[in-house]
Structures are given as structure tokens and as C-alpha cells.
Design a protein around this ligand. Structure first.
Ligand code: PRX
Length: 648
């Protein structure tokens, strides 16, 4: 094989779900006859009405339609809870580890059932029924999982908004899916600091300026005092006392929406990605089992937040559908110390650990000491997700955290894909540091050049997927045309991922990053257009262009070029003011890292900003600007280089 290879260790193969030969055989079967393959694996979940049809999908221009198991009926909460009660009612379903290391608890499947039924009844008493949208703006507490599953139990559609988003962002998402009910907490707690969730909800509702939101359900987390609007707001514990812990799970069609999750794209406002019931759960649970080589009795920990897709598929739905014990962590990797992750691993004897490269890189900075003082003997599989993992971080994860004993799965996927698409399988795939390796069952990657020509063999190009898989998003909420336009029009007949990749001689994929105007900050997606529109809304700003640049810890940082209105002075105070402005407007994850005041931006004669040049300057790589002859005013480039902000 080409390049550095870490072979599958005998210990990883022992007891694993598949070895290399089995992977190849299953992969071949999955792509040569998807109906037969998924018809079989579709039965891994319980169906209230069994399906007779398996795959009915089209990527054809103007007719994009994705349906899996369409005539079956099931319920996601039933599959994640009820079906386990007989065999594992007393097994821990969720281990909750609080921000404070002295706080943790175990919730059994039986307790989970009672809690979810209660939450479902509280929602039902407030008029929530099948198809209604419920917005969740929650900290990482068990009630977040209860609320998700309670919605699923009723056939209601949850839309989670990450707790780090601002009131404005929350308001536009509540409006986007017209939620009449919001579930939140008084305050969140992260790294010892309080997050004013309820106050943000109040502010968001005020900005909506309508009576759309009829009910706000407030879970008491910190007990901090918050304003409660009579008739609209209720404390969850008080409402829960009024209801029973019995609530039937509603059988819904396989294609009934399970959730909406907003995500950033290259243009416009965030899109509401819609995932449905049957195919999503089959895919989330199957990937969880095979990718992490999940085995009966394992303790599994994914460090994501339920506000992101990783939290949906790999903290809640995949693991619980598989009857696993899933750990939910409220805190951050560096509190109270940089040993926290590994202390939690030891405390709960975690076998499978799944995190993001940005966390690994930030901990690498603290050296081996904080890792080495913990045991980590329970660990068997280490996962990575959210952005390309650089080989140095991979090596550190493998050598220091896993002591060369644990396999590493670098899992490539997206909010849109519902589950992992390209990844090693621990017992099957020889690893290459920095490569997401090979496609999961049923996934057909295709590399195309800029003109859409399909490339063969080793190559570099744009990553598409040729055919549908069960976990794929079905539409953009309320805007199917935008769905077709965004994902199926660039290369007609294919799903375009927005990512660039390289395929090597062994058929391994190396994701190189986004090729569109999306940047990936600490594994979180941000549209440059969103940050730009926030900046230009500032009274002193005339124009702004935002690009990503390489950042040691975050993967990519946000670099903003800002042109001020005539007479305004660009100084450090204004830089600070603009950062605060964007944080308030969108949320802390959108804060620009570097701001360059620019008297002019490089534009073509037709007025289009040449981002390629801005990216190069932000990367401090202005020696290779390429052709600048089409610029309207070539001189602006010299000024930009002269005043660049990213200097070693
Ligand atoms: O660019 C890819 C990057 O994250 C994008 C998807 O972001 P999001 O929808 O927020 O989902 C993140 C968690 C699934 C992708 O288009 N990405 C994700 N995982 C990897 C990755 N890039 C390289 N390697 C990965 N393992």
C-alpha cells in the first residue's frame, strides 16, 4: 500500500463485526443490489407495519426524490427504548457526566422510558401532535435526550438550536420552522460558567414580534432565577408532576420527518435539513454498530453537543437504537483541567471514545502529562469527526491517548448525510493517518473534475455521491427547490458534498476540505455569507468579505476584510466592537479571528469579489496570487498584502 499504513492489529480483529474480506463482500453486495442489502438490514429496527418496498430514489434533475422503506411504519422512540425494556430494562441507557466532576448519574432504559413518556405527555397537554415542530434550545442534560425522544414518540418534529447561538439566530430558526413550543433550561453550565438560555429564548421571542410561540417549557438546571411569563412559560418539573409516565408511541410512516437541523451553506441563511424516520434510524444504528465496532456491554462516549448532527445520530439515536450505554457530557475538555476527558474515561470505563480534531489539537498543546496521569485502559476504539484530522494530531491520538492499542476511525460525513459515509472499520481497514479511508456499505463516492467529468483511479477532485443511502436528508424544510439547487445542480444526477478530496492508489479517500464558501471552525460549519451580512449590518461598515485561513487549533479561523464607510477610522477598538457585534448577532462560533480594514476589495470589472485572492492573502501565501489581470483596480491587492493580519 501507498504511504504510511497502520495495519489492523490482531486484537482489533478478534470479536470484531467484520474483517477486511467481510467488509469487501458486504460492500459489494450493498452497491450491486441495494434493494436486497437494505431490505435485509432494514429489519435491524422493529416495524409496526413492515415495509415491502425498500429503495425508491432519484437524483434526476428536477425530479429529486428520496424514499426508503416507504410503506413501512415505525416509531423511533419505540426502537430506542421500548423494544429494549424486556431484555435490558435495568441496563444503563445514559450516563450523564456533569460540568462539575462531582455530578453524574446513570439512567436505565426503564427510567428513560418513564421520563420520555412524561415529557411526551407534557408536550401533548400543550397541543403538540404528529407533524408539529418543537424547538429545543438546551444544555447537555438528560432532559435534552428526553425531549428529542418525546417528540419522536408523538411524531412531532424536533428542531434543536445549539445553545451557543444568539437570540437572533434562535429567532430565525423558530420562525423558519414555525414552532409553537420551545423547550429550554433556566441556564446552561459549561466550564463553570453559566449560559443564559431562558433569557435568550425571551429575547428571541421578543424579536419575533409575534405570538407564534405559545409555550416555553423550562427545565431547571442551575436553579438560577429567570423571568417567567404567566400563561406561556412553565417549569418542566411542575408540568411533569401533572402527568403520568405512560404514553403510547405513535406509529408513523417511514418517511415522516424526525427532525429539522439548521446548517450553514455557501449562500443565504442556514437551511433546515430534514431527516425522516425509518431510513435514518436504520443508517444511524448500523453505522454506530459497525464503525465503532460497538459490542454488547460497551460504554460509548461521543463528546459532541446535541445541537449538532453528531449529537443526534451518535449520542442519542444510533446508540440507543442499539441498546448501548451512551455517555452524555455537559462540560468542556479543559475544565477543571486538561485531563478531564481522560478522567471521565477512567471514571466510567469508557470503551469507545468519539471526538473532534480541534479538541485533540487543543489538548496536544498541553503535552502528554495530563493524559499520562490517567489509565485509559478501558479504551478500544477512538473516533474523529468534523474536519480533516492532520497526521500530527492523528499520531498523537494514536500514540499518546490510545497507546498504540486502540484503532482510530476518522469518520467523514455531514449534517446532510445523517450518518457516517467514509470511514475505516476497526477490524477491517488498514489505517492511514489523515485519511477517512473507504466508503461505508451502500455509499458510492464519485470524484469529478470542475466540469463534472467522472475521474477514475487515483485523482484529486470534487467529492460526489452517485446514489442514495438510507440516512440521506430528504429535503430542505419548506423549500425542495433549494434542496435540488444546492446539492444536485452542480453535477446533475449526483449528490455534491461541497468537499474536495483526493483518492489514492489504494482507493482511499483523503478529504481536503470545503471547496465552496463554507468554512469549518473547530468542526462547526459557518457560511462566509452569514458572517459578511452580519458585518455589513454594522453602521460603520460599507462592505465585507470573509474567508477561512489555517488555524492551529480550530482547523480554520475566520478572516474578515472590512471596508469602512467614508470618514470611519479602523483601529483595534473598532475591531473589538465588530467581533462583539458578530458574536451577539450570530453566536460566539462566528467570531472573526482576524479583521483587516481594507480601503478596497479586489473585484473583477463586473464587480465580483475575487475570493481566491483574498484566501491566498489570508493564508499568508501571496507569492502565488495567480492571474490578477482581470481586476478592476490591481493596486488594491498591494494594499491588502501590505496590511495583512496573518503573519507568523
Ligand atoms: O468538510 C467536511 C467536514 O465537515 C463538513 C460537514 O460539517 P457538518 O455538516 O457540520 O457535520 C460535521 C459532523 C458530521 C464536511 O463537509 N468533515 C466532517 N468530518 C470530516 C470532515 N472533513 C474531513 N474529515 C472528516 N472526518
Amino acid at each position: 500500500m501507498e504511504g504510511k499504513v497502520v495495519e489492523v492489529q490482531a486484537a482489533w480483529r478478534e470479536g470484531a463485526h467484520v474483517d477486511d474480506a467481510q467488509y469487501r463482500a458486504m460492500y459489494e453486495a450493498s452497491v450491486s443490489d441495494p434493494d436486497a442489502f437494505w431490505g435485509e438490514h432494514g429489519k435491524r429496527i422493529d416495524w409496526m407495519t413492515p415495509f415491502t418496498k425498500v429503495k425508491n430514489t432519484s437524483f434526476a434533475p428536477g425530479q429529486v426524490s428520496i424514499k426508503w422503506f416507504e410503506d413501512g411504519k415505525t416509531n423511533v422512540a419505540y426502537n430506542c427504548i421500548d423494544r429494549h425494556l424486556e431484555t435490558r430494562g435495568d441496563q444503563t441507557a445514559i450516563i450523564w457526566e456533569g460540568d462539575n466532576p462531582d455530578e453524574s448519574k446513570h439512567i436505565t432504559y426503564r427510567e428513560l422510558h418513564a421520563q420520555v413518556c412524561r415529557m411526551a405527555n407534557v408536550l401533548r397537554n400543550r397541543g403538540v401532535s404528529k407533524g408539529d415542530r418543537v424547538t429545543l434550545y438546551m444544555p447537555m442534560i438528560p432532559e435534552a435526550a428526553y425531549a428529542m425522544l418525546a417528540c419522536a414518540r408523538l411524531g412531532a418534529i424536533h428542531a434543536i438550536v445549539f445553545g451557543g447561538f444568539s437570540p437572533d439566530s434562535l429567532a430565525s430558526r423558530i420562525q423558519g420552522c414555525t414552532s409553537k413550543v420551545v423547550i429550554t433550561a433556566d441556564e446552561g453550565l459549561r466550564g463553570g460558567r453559566k449560559v443564559p438560555l431562558k433569557a435568550n429564548v425571551d429575547e428571541a421571542i421578543k424579536r419575533l414580534g409575534s405570538d407564534l410561540v405559545e409555550h416555553v417549557i423550562v427545565v431547571r438546571r442551575t436553579g438560577g432565577s429567570v423571568a417567567m411569563e404567566p400563561g406561556r412559560d412553565v417549569y418542566y418539573d411542575e408540568a411533569a408532576e401533572q402527568v403520568t409516565d405512560h404514553c403510547p408511541a405513535e406509529a408513523v410512516e417511514a418517511e415522516h420527518p424526525l427532525f429539522i437541523l439548521y446548517t450553514s451553506g455557501s449562500t443565504g441563511q442556514p437551511k433546515g435539513v430534514v431527516h425522516t424516520t425509518g431510513g435514518y434510524l436504520v443508517y444511524a444504528s448500523m453505522t454506530h454498530q459497525y464503525v465503532f465496532d460497538y459490542r454488547e456491554g460497551d460504554v460509548y462516549w461521543c463528546t459532541a453537543d446535541v445541537g449538532w448532527v453528531t449529537g443526534h445520530s451518535y449520542i442519542v439515536y444510533g446508540p440507543l437504537a442499539n441498546g448501548a450505554t451512551t455517555l452524555m457530557f455537559e462540560g468542556i475538555p479543559t475544565y477543571p483541567s486538561t485531563s478531564r476527558f481522560w478522567e471521565v474515561v477512567d471514571k466510567h470505563k469508557v470503551n469507545i471514545f468519539y471526538t473532534a480534531p480541534t479538541a485533540i489539537r487543543s489538548l496536544m498543546g498541553g503535552g502528554e502529562g495530563p493524559v499520562k496521569k490517567t489509565s485509559r485502559q478501558s479504551l478500544r476504539v477512538l473516533g474523529s469527526v468534523g474536519e480533516p484530522i492532520n497526521p500530527e494530531a492523528w499520531e498523537w491520538y494514536y500514540n499518546v491517548v490510545g497507546e498504540q492499542r486502540c484503532s482510530i476511525v476518522d469518520t467523514w460525513w455531514q449534517t446532510e448525510t445523517g450518518g457516517i459515509l467514509i470511514t475505516p472499520l476497526p477490524g477491517a481497514t488498514a489505517l492511514k493517518p489523515g485519511s477517512a479511508t473507504r466508503p461505508f456499505f451502500g455509499v458510492t463516492p464519485e470524484m469529478v473534475d470542475a466540469e463534472g467529468k467522472v475521474l477514475q483511479g487515483p485523482c484529486e477532485g470534487n467529492l460526489c455521491i452517485a446514489d442514495s443511502w438510507p440516512g440521506q436528508m430528504r429535503t430542505v424544510y419548506g423549500d425542495h427547490e433549494r434542496f435540488e439547487q444546492t446539492y444536485f445542480s452542480t453535477y446533475p444526477g449526483k449528490y455534491f458534498t461541497g468537499d474536495g478530496a483526493r483518492r489514492d492508489a489504494d482507493g482511499y479517500y483523503w478529504i481536503t476540505g470545503r471547496v465552496d464558501d463554507v468554512i469549518n471552525v473547530s468542526g462547526h460549519r459557518m457560511g462566509t455569507a452569514e458572517v459578511e451580512s452580519s458585518l455589513v449590518a454594522h453602521p460603520k461598515v460599507a462592505e465585507a468579505a470573509v474567508v477561512g485561513y489555517p488555524h492551529n487549533v480550530k482547523g480554520q479561523g475566520i478572516y474578515a476584510y472590512v471596508t469602512l464607510n467614508d470618514g470611519e477610522e479602523g483601529d483595534d477598538a473598532l475591531r473589538k466592537e465588530l467581533v462583539t457585534w458578530v458574536r451577539k448577532d450570530i453566536g460566539p462560533i462566528a467570531s472573526p479571528d482576524l479583521i483587516q480594514f481594507a480601503p478596497g476589495l479586489p473585484k473583477t470589472r463586473s464587480g465580483k469579489i475575487m475570493r481566491r485572492i483574498l484566501r491566498k492573502i489570508a493564508e499568508d501565501d501571496f507569492g502565488s496570487l495567480g492571474d490578477t489581470s482581470t481586476l478592476a483596480e490591481p493596486a488594491v491587492v498591494d494594499d491588502l498584502i501590505e496590511n495583512r493580519q496573518n503573519r507568523p
